[in-house]
Design a protein around this ligand. Structure first.
Ligand code: M6R
Length: 362
């Protein structure tokens, strides 16, 4: 069942180009204006009444929700919430609110509870899920499938990538339905999305991450920083790393560093900086701050001019692409890093201690 791989996680990392192709297939319009095609139960103009979007999710799905909110927010007010916090502590959704439940399994109790609250307040609810017939699809008004195929490893990998691709398409549907204007940006973004599967393939093939993992075996802690969508990827990189290695890992917004986390940074704490091509200069300032404390820095990003390589200790280079999807490529590198680090210390990668694939209690 593992198709020749030692672990499902490794197999599922490698399946990402296929998962992405499936997520995109038939969903990008082929007319000369390249609008997003009808998204199953969300045909053209179906989201015209949406005034704001609340994304909810837990764990990796929460990070995809954050990613989705940062791209949607350019045109429509959008915010991501942990489903478990959504129940009673956040602004009340109303009829103009689209609540997007991001959940691989469609069975996560906290997320189903958030959907229940949204329905109660008359919001429109949409499940973005991998599982046809799951509870989320029954409880939400509409469903959008991420089509990643079954994921066995407890650590979510290919479903994160497929969630991002699906949310990128949802974003285009939302923007064309609400704002209406067509712009060249849409063309550019859709082209980048269509190229993404082959760029992921290339990233996996060329990744030098295995030898880098060896260098950091004895580190005290592992930090991950980024800005914008890069922040969601930093949080996801830390989650994946702690989940399967049991080592201390933390992700935060690079802008937070000086407000506390910098006190933890030493020569024994590698810092992984996620460059997406957006706000890179500001991120480089954070890199300088941690480098000045002697922390080894691993930069993850495209480096067409070679300038990034000069500012970091190690570079996990990415193919150049649109900033809105670059995070998916960076995340693949971080998945591989977590995988190799966990494998080196013999962890049960597919079944980390204390964790279950699906959390059906709150
Ligand atoms: O099925 P869901 O996407 O709703 O699951 C949410 C989280 O439990 C899940 O992403 C969890 O964080 C993963 N083990 C992370 O790798």
């Amino acid at each position: 069942a593992k198709g020749g791989y030692d672990h499902f996680m490794r197999k599922e990392i490698e399946e990402q180009p296929t998962a992405l192709r499936q997520a995109i297939r038939g969903r990008v319009g082929t007319d000369d204006r390249r609008t997003p095609a009808d998204l199953e139960s969300l045909p053209r103009d179906s989201l015209a009444g949406v005034e704001r979007v609340h994304f909810v999710g837990m764990g990796t799905s929460y990070h995809a929700a954050m990613y989705g909110a940062s791209v949607v927010d350019w045109g429509i007010p959008a915010q991501a919430y942990l489903s478990g916090e959504y129940a009673d502590r956040t602004p009340e959704p109303d009829e103009g609110t689209l609540v997007v439940a991001v959940t691989q399994s469609g069975e996560t109790a906290d997320t189903l509870e958030a959907v229940r609250r949204a329905n109660e307040h008359g919001a429109r609810t949409l499940a973005v899920t991998n599982v046809v017939g799951s509870t989320a699809t029954r409880d939400c008004d509409d469903s959008l499938f991420i089509r990643a195929g079954p994921e066995v490893g407890v650590a979510a990998t290919k479903t994160f990538s497929a969630q991002i691709a699906t949310l990128a398409l949802l974003r285009e549907r939302l923007h064309t339905d609400t704002v209406g204007a067509h712009s060249d940006d849409i063309d550019e973004r859709l082209t980048a999305l269509e190229r993404l599967p082959s760029l992921v393939e290339q990233t996996i093939e060329d990744s030098p991450v295995r030898s880098i993992a060896r260098e950091f075996d004895d580190s005290d802690a592992y930090f991950f920083i980024g800005r914008g969508t890069g922040r969601s990827v930093a949080l996801e990189g830390a989650l994946k790393f702690k989940e399967i290695t049991y080592e201390h890992a933390e992700g935060f917004a690079a802008s937070e560093l000086k407000h506390g986390p910098l006190a933890l940074v030493t020569t024994e704490t590698p810092v992984f900086a996620v460059f997406t091509g957006y706000d890179d200069e500001a991120l480089l300032t954070s890199v300088e701050e941690v480098s000045a404390r002697g922390a080894p820095v691993v930069g993850i990003g495209a480096d067409p001019t070679g300038a990034l390589a000069e500012r970091v200790d190690h570079l996990l280079e990415l193919p150049d692409t649109h900033p809105d999807v670059a995070g998916v490529l960076a995340n693949v590198q971080l998945q591989l890093f977590a995988y190799h680090a966990a494998d080196r210390i013999g962890r049960p990668i597919d079944k980390p201690r204390n964790l279950a694939k699906c959390v059906t209690v709150e």
